[in-house]
Design a protein around this ligand. Structure first.
Ligand SMILES: Nc1nc2c(ncn2[C@@H]2O[C@H](COP(=O)(O)OP(=O)(O)OP(=O)(O)O)[C@@H](O)[C@H]2O)c(=O)[nH]1
Ligand SMILES: [Mg+2]
Length: 432
């Protein structure tokens, strides 16, 4: 899957990481390479255009800091854009409502509907699935479904009087009787989306309302798959897509365009002909694959850590200028809290005993700051006595508590400013 694209991106990545500095000139070269790679992978040209525009907007805004290799940052941004393009978050079927979840599989001829129906039933076997044949035109269609169902040991509603409508009506009765938890409808395929097919699908959906109308498309079909999705979505309405045959040498065009063009998320991909060849689709994993980096997650982490360091630097400058506010203070407080109980942490400081730090004091500070408006946190000077009273009431503390916090804060701010080059200790710069 995505082989050509992977190779291309590998080259881009190496080139980008090799740049000592990245100016507009290098960015243009990077964009050109990415544009060509995506177009070669048969990604929709409008999607490519948007993708590059988004990248440009993001990358031109970024300050390339000294501590960060520019290439790392570019790779991170490209990766994040790819994840967005592929749908951002993974989608999973939800089984929250009472009664069975009904899935209707639609799509043109030979895309893999029947195979996917059996795969889905197999995947959700513990939810008591049933398969519904809804192709009365092709004589072998029902047999094919029955054979596949038999191989995975899943029940199939019988075809009644060679009529899809009769079959579904009978099946609805069986669903109630047997308490099936997931109903998978295998509809008929056609060479084209014609009126006949549209009418038939609409009729089926009127009779049995699906929770998920999933379009099955051949992952190797590139832009054809996207066009099918557009048409099916217009005529029938779709909730998601399944991209089959992703084990083949798909260039990636369908996967990379479909979400962006149609706004339909990809739920599953087919990765073999076998009943277990169905995977939930994870945009981040697919993007990692394309970027050819198993370690992209660690790269993203690394960049985040450095960005935090840059934040620390900003904080230090604020301290020096005496511009520290309660918002910064609160962020610091939250950061230390994440590290574990305050008493344990404080005990690591020489001269401080574990018992010296009262966790309750910590909670009081938190409650007081939480009760302030953002404006008050940013400009603690504006907190006059009526505001103090309101804050004390809101936080369930006393006026004395609020006064104490503010006094300590202003004192510490002055002290820190005077201390000049002193680096902020890992957290609260003063003892309450
Ligand atoms: N390699 C591979 N083959 C697949 C996959 N999904 C389906 N196929 C194959 O594609 C062919 C067509 O699959 P079907 O499930 O019959 O397709 P269909 O959409 O039901 O076709 P019609 O009912 O004729 O419209 C079969 O040979 C399947 O084995 C997949 O994910 N990977
Ligand atoms: Mg079929």
């Amino acid at each position: 899957m995505f082989e050509g694209l992977i190779d291309r991106f590998q080259l881009i990545r190496r080139k980008v990481l090799g740049y000592g500095r990245i100016t507009r000139y290098e960015l243009d070269a990077i964009f050109k390479d990415i544009r060509i790679s995506l177009l070669e992978a048969d990604v929709n040209y409008k999607v490519v255009k948007n993708f590059i525009e988004n990248l440009r907007k993001k990358l031109e805004k970024i300050e390339f800091s000294k501590s960060l290799k520019p290439g790392d940052l570019v790779i991170k941004v490209v990766y994040e854009e790819l994840v967005e393009l592929l749908g951002a978050k993974p989608r999973h079927l939800e089984f929250k409502k009472p009664g069975p979840v009904i899935i209707s599989l639609l799509g043109l001829q030979g895309v893999g509907k029947t195979t996917t129906a059996a795969k889905l039933a197999q995947r959700y076997k513990n939810r008591n699935p049933v398969l519904v044949p809804a192709d009365a035109k092709r004589p072998a269609a029902v047999q094919q479904l029955m054979m596949l169902a038999k191989s995975v040991n899943i029940p199939v509603c019988p075809m009644i009087k060679n009529s899809v409508i009769e079959t579904i009506k009978n099946c609805q009765r069986l669903i109630k009787e047997k308490g099936y938890g997931i109903v998978i409808i295998d509809t008929a395929g056609r060479l084209h989306i014609d009126d006949d097919l549209v009418q038939e699908l609409i009729k089926i959906h009127q009779l049995i309302k699906p929770d998920y109308r999933l379009l099955v498309v051949d992952g190797m079909a590139g832009q054809d798959a996207v066009n099918q999705a557009i048409r099916f979505n217009e005529k029938i309405g779709l909730d998601g897509a399944v991209l089959t045959k992703m084990d083949g040498d798909t260039r990636g065009g369908a996967a990379l365009s479909i979400v962006s063009v149609t706004k339909i998320p990809i739920y599953f991909i087919g990765t073999s002909e076998r009943p277990d060849g169905l995977e939930e689709f994870y945009p981040d994993r697919a993007a990692q694959r394309i970027m050819g980096m198993g370690d992209v997650a660690s790269l993203v982490e690394k960049v985040k850590t450095i960005e935090k360091e840059v934040d620390q630097e900003r904080l230090r400058k604020k301290v020096l200028k005496g511009e520290l506010n309660l918002e910064d203070f609160y962020d610091q407080l939250k950061a230390i809290k994440k590290l574990g109980p305050l008493s344990k942490l404080a005990a690591m400081i020489p001269g401080v005993k574990e018992t010296d730090v009262d966790e309750n004091e910590f909670k009081i500070i938190e409650a007081i700051i939480n009760s302030m408006t953002p404006q008050e946190r940013r400009h603690p000077e504006i907190i006059n006595s009526s505001r103090k009273k309101r804050i004390a009431r809101g936080s369930g503390t006393s006026l004395a508590d609020v006064n104490r916090l503010l006094k300590q804060f202003f004192y510490a701010r002055d002290l820190l400013k005077k201390a000049g080059r002193m680096k902020l200790p890992g957290g609260m710069p003063f003892k309450f």
